[in-house]
Design a binder for this molecule. Structure first.
Ligand SMILES: Nc1ncnc2c1ncn2[C@@H]1O[C@H](COP(=O)(O)OP(=O)(O)OP(=O)(O)O)[C@@H](O)[C@H]1O
Length: 579
């Protein structure tokens, strides 16, 4: 557990945690000494010669004063350590997230990340403040008290010592039962949170097709599984905790019987017997509470191992000596890639080259690998084989900051922050002035949208951009990419969402951009394909054909057949330009 803590906190914050644990342990040990001193002090006070009590009483008072000082210092330190843990874990998780490959952030991670960053961190934060000190009181204090009692009366101490391993055994077993079932419940809670998010996001689709009931089935199943896991945890944890509580009371009874036996046999005086009973009674409550704290510790340990799993997730490897790209040439050289190790290849020995000053249209049926090409160029993932080069340099040798500066991508599923349109566009270049914004707005077709909105640039877009239409969001996203002014632009052309006028404007913008940049368009529109300098036609993850659009149409191969099929299905019309 401590190792998991230190690993999660990193070397910089290990010191305060160790200090907090040491101090809490010391406080509990001193408390054990205070308890042990109560026995001779009380025995002397209640015995036939109370005049002999002052030395014991003075020692007891001194130990109590020391205990009070240490307890206060421990409380103060542990609250500070709790704050440090919370801050450090949030920072470390945040730092890790920004270094993870973007491909790591699939939908299923959202619920898990949310739980780790909230519940996980708060449980870990509670350990030094609310969990470890009472646990140390329940474990260290009795052990020290029993050891100290050996010095005073070995028979009673032996009886106490004999009970401790038994208690420990029951404690460890009950902890195990809670820990195992808590991990299973955690997994069920994650699954349920993901399904809730999915159900909320899928509402428009489900309602459009009148399938809200069916759509809710997987959510119902996940919630039922969560309920079952919580029940299992309860059913296993309650008997385990009750068993432990019973063991504590059994120990209390045994010590009671042992003390009575010694007192009745005359081996122990009545004052000593009373003092011992006070001591034993004093232990019952903290020992009983230990089971709850032990369970809380196991749950925190489970959360810590989940936090550590994120922190240990391999970061995107960064080059030791980054090499800047020489120009904006994009080159795929025999690139193969699978999303899952050993799984089907999304790209299979893909090779093509896109030169600066040209527009390349990536065309192909759904699932042919067009988006994957864009993702490998931006290093969402690294290729399994072959090389993706930018400006003659392998993207893995460029360094992610430099690569980000060179490549701007507009994906179809646009995400906007809950801020104004201006803020969202300025994300690309925070210092950009109004003139720059107006310039890119015109090129992206955003100017007409702004003219219709009463607050113009200051319109708030809502969470994720919900206050804007799909086409409006896409235009904001294009303006953002244009403002970045990167030498390579990848545009995942919207298959819908734009009207004819804006479609034409966007094609014109792509062509204009391609005068000075390398532009790759995942093309769904005939006008864009026709305007391209070259078409890379993908099928099943392979480059089936590549060449100028007119040349490919004239060849009458896979690309031409695909275009004809599209024409029939969607009314595409793509004429080969006269040679
Ligand atoms: N995150 C992922 N995990 C596993 N497989 C994936 C993932 N993303 C895509 N794939 C698979 O990789 C292949 C290529 O997908 P990709 O998204 O590149 O196709 P596409 O040509 O862009 O399709 P579309 O035109 O429909 O967007 C497909 O078989 C797809 O199922």
């Amino acid at each position: 557990m401590i190792r998991a803590f230190l690993s999660a906190m990193g070397p910089r914050h290990g010191g305060p945690i160790r200090a907090g644990i040491l101090l809490s342990t010391a406080v509990s040990a001193v408390q054990g000494l205070v308890f042990a001193l109560m026995v001779p002090a009380l025995a002397a006070l209640l015995g036939p010669d109370p005049a002999g009590a002052p030395p014991w009483t003075a020692l007891l008072l001194a130990a109590t004063a020391g205990y009070a000082v240490l307890r206060t210092a421990g409380l103060y330190l542990n609250f500070r350590v709790g704050g440090t843990i919370s801050r450090a874990l949030h920072h470390r998780i945040g730092d890790r997230l920004v270094r993870l490959p973007l491909g790591w952030f699939t939908g299923g991670r959202v619920g898990e990340l949310n739980r780790i960053a909230t519940d996980g961190v708060s449980r870990a934060t509670a350990v030094p403040v609310h969990v470890y000190p009472p646990l140390a009181d329940a474990v260290v204090t009795p052990v020290v008290a029993v050891l100290a009692l050996f010095w005073w009366d070995w028979r009673i101490a032996l009886a106490g010592a004999a009970c401790l391993p038994l208690l420990w055994l029951v404690f460890a077993r009950s902890n195990d039962a809670v820990g195992r079932n808590d991990a299973a419940r955690d997994a069920a809670v994650d699954e349920a949170s993901d399904r809730v998010l999915e159900y909320a996001r899928a509402q428009p689709v489900l309602r459009a097709f009148g399938r809200t009931e069916e759509g809710g089935r997987s959510l119902d199943a996940a919630l039922a599984a969560e309920h079952a896991a919580a029940r299992r945890l309860l059913l296993r944890a309650v008997p385990a905790l009750l068993g432990y509580s019973f063991a504590v009371r059994l120990m209390f009874g045994l010590l009671l019987a042992c003390t009575a036996y010694l007192a009745l046999g005359g081996a122990l005086g009545a004052p000593e017997a009373v003092a011992l009973l006070v001591l034993v009674a004093r232990f019952t409550h903290p020992l009983s509470a230990a089971a709850d704290q032990g369970a809380a510790l196991r749950m925190a340990a489970n959360q810590l191992s989940r936090i550590n799993a994120v922190l240990e997730e391999p970061a995107l490897p960064e080059p030791d000596a980054p090499v800047p790209p020489r120009d904006a040439t994009v080159e795929f050289d025999e690139v193969s890639f699978s999303y899952t190790p050993g799984g089907p290849r999304a790209l299979d020995r893909v090779s093509f080259r896109a030169d600066p000053g040209t527009l390349t249209a990536l065309v192909g049926p759904s699932g042919s690998g067009k988006t994957t090409v864009a993702k490998l160029l931006a290093r969402f993932h690294d290729a399994d084989a072959g090389r993706v080069r930018l400006g003659g340099v392998d993207v893995r040798d460029i360094g992610s900051e430099e690569l980000t500066r060179h490549v701007a991508i507009v994906f179809q599923d646009v995400y906007l922050f809950d801020a104004t349109i201006a803020d969202n566009v300025r994300l690309a270049r925070p210092g950009a002035g109004r003139e720059d914004l107006d310039r890119v707005a015109e090129k992206a077709g955003l100017d007409t949208v702004l003219a219709e909105l009463p607050d113009g640039w200051d319109t708030r877009v809502g969470e994720g951009g919900t206050a804007l239409s799909g086409g409006q969001k896409q235009r904001v996203s294009i303006a953002r990419a244009l403002l970045k002014d990167a030498p390579v632009v990848v545009l995942d052309e919207a298959s819908s969402a734009l009207d004819a006028e804006n479609e034409a404007r966007l094609t014109a913008t792509a062509v204009e951009l391609a005068r000075e940049r390398t532009v790759l368009v995942i093309a769904h529109r005939p006008a864009t394909v026709a305007a391209a300098d070259q078409v890379v036609f993908l099928e099943g993850g392979r480059v089936a054909e590549a060449g100028a659009p007119a040349e490919l149409l004239a060849r009458n191969g896979r690309h031409a057949a695909f275009v004809r099929a599209r024409e029939r299905a969607q009314g595409w019309r793509l004429a080969s330009s006269p040679a």
